[in-house]
Design a protein around this ligand. Structure first.
Ligand code: F6P
Length: 337
C-alpha cells in the first residue's frame, strides 16, 4: 500500500518541532477536522436526508439561513464545546460569542468560524466550505469577553478551511506555510495531497461579482477595465474571469493556480451603512493568513487586512486578495486615487 501522511500525523509531527508544545493545539485541530468530516457528510447527503432549502430564519447579518447553515453551526459547537481546548467560540451564525458551558473544562484557545461559507450554493450542488480562525485566549482566562476575541489577524495561531467540492479538502496554516489534505473516505482520514502550497505572483485571472460594477469605487473600476481591455489595453494581455460565489472556492482556486479575488467596497453597500460584504473575523482574516503564508497578499485596498484592529465580531471589510503583484497593483491604484 502506498505510504501517505494523514493530517493527524502531520500535525503531531509539527507539534514535535515546537519545544514545550503541550499537544492542546494538536488535539483542537483534530477536533476541528472531525467536525469538518461530519459537515462533509451532512453536505454530501443533503437532499437525501431533507437537508436542502431554507430554514426560514435570519442570522445576525439579516441573511436568510439555509437548513444546513444551522445544522453545520450545531455540528461545530457540539464537536468543540466539550473538548477542554477552548475558552470560547464565535460564529457567523451566532450574534454573541459563545462561552464554554460550565459542565466542561476550559482551554487556552478561542475559535471563530463560518460553518458553511457560500451556502447559497447548497441548493444548486456547487462547492461550499467551512472557514475557521484560532486565537489564543488571554492567560488564565476562563470567561472570555468580546475584547478578548477582537485581536488583529496577525495574532492568529492557525487558520484553515474545508472545501466540500468534488473532493473534500482541508487547507490550513499555523504560520509555517500552507498545506492541503484530501479526505479519503475509504479510511476516513484527510491525507496530505498538496504540500507547501504557493500562489504565483502574477496571474491572468480575476474573480469579482461583475453585477456590482456600476457601484464600484474608481480604483477597482480602473483595474477591472484594464483587465477587460485585454491584449489591446494597458496590461497587454488577456484576462480570464471566474465567480463561484463561495469565498472558499475562490481562495482554493487561487491557491491551486493563482488569481485575484475581490469583494471591494461599493456605493450600494455604503448606502446601506455597510463597511464591506465579507466578515473580518471569520472570513477575511483566516483567508488572509492562508494567502499570505502561501506568498500572496491581502488588503482592503487601503490597508493590510491582518493589521486591522477589529471593532466587532461581525465587522465587514472590503477584500482584495491573491497573487501578490496584482493585489499590489490594485492597492497602488487606491493610493493614486
Ligand atoms: O459569505 C459571503 C459569500 O457567500 C462569500 O463566500 C462569497 O464570496 C460571496 O458571499 C458571494 O457574494 P455574491 O452573492 O455577491 O456573489
Amino acid at each position: 500500500m502506498e505510504h501517505t501522511t494523514s493530517l493527524t500525523q502531520f500535525i503531531i509531527e509539527e507539534q514535535r518541532r515546537i519545544p514545550g508544545a503541550t499537544g492542546d493545539f494538536t488535539s483542537l485541530l483534530n477536533d476541528v477536522l472531525t467536525s469538518c468530516k461530519k459537515i462533509a457528510c451532512a453536505v454530501n447527503r443533503g437532499p437525501l436526508i431533507g437537508l436542502q432549502g431554507s430554514a426560514d430564519t435570519e442570522n445576525v447579518q439579516g441573511e436568510t439561513q439555509k437548513k444546513l447553515d444551522i445544522i453545520t453551526n450545531d455540528i461545530m459547537v457540539q464537536s468543540l464545546e466539550w473538548t477542554g481546548h477552548l475558552a470560547g467560540m464565535a460564529s457567523e451564525e451566532m450574534e454573541e460569542l459563545l462561552p464554554i458551558p460550565e459542565a466542561y473544562p476550559k482551554g487556552k484557545y478561542l475559535i471563530l468560524f463560518d460553518p458553511l461559507d457560500g451556502s447559497s450554493n447548497i441548493d444548486i450542488n456547487v462547492s461550499v466550505g467551512t472557514i475557521f480562525s484560532i486565537l489564543r485566549a488571554p492567560e488564565g482566562c476562563e470567561n472570555p469577553t468580546l475584547e478578548d476575541f477582537l485581536q488583529p489577524g496577525t495574532e492568529q495561531v492557525c487558520a484553515g478551511y474545508t472545501i466540500y467540492g468534488p473532493t473534500t479538502m482541508m487547507v490550513f496554516t499555523s504560520g509555517h506555510g500552507v498545506n492541503g489534505f484530501t479526505l479519503d473516505r475509504n479510511i476516513g482520514e484527510f491525507v496530505l495531497t498538496h504540500p507547501n502550497l504557493t500562489i504565483p505572483e502574477d496571474t491572468e485571472e480575476f474573480a469579482i461579482n461583475m453585477s456590482n460594477q456600476r457601484f464600484w469605487e474608481a480604483p477597482v473600476k480602473r483595474y477591472i477595465d484594464e483587465c477587460l481591455a485585454g491584449s489591446e489595453g494597458p496590461r497587454g494581455k488577456d484576462f480570464n474571469m471566474r465567480w463561484v460565489a463561495a469565498m472558499v472556492a475562490e481562495v482554493h482556486r487561487i491557491l491551486m493556480r493563482g488569481g485575484i479575488f475581490m469583494y471591494p467596497m461599493d456605493e450600494k453597500m455604503r448606502a446601506r451603512g455597510l463597511t464591506g460584504k465579507l466578515r473580518l473575523m471569520y472570513e477575511a482574516n483566516p483567508m488572509s493568513f492562508i494567502v499570505e503564508q502561501a506568498g500572496g497578499a491581502s488588503s482592503t485596498g487601503r490597508e493590510r487586512i491582518m493589521e486591522i484592529a477589529p471593532q466587532g465580531l461581525h465587522q465587514r471589510v472590503p477584500v482584495i486578495l491573491g497573487s501578490k503583484n496584482e493585489v499590489e497593483r490594485v492597492v497602488s491604484y487606491h493610493a493614486e486615487a
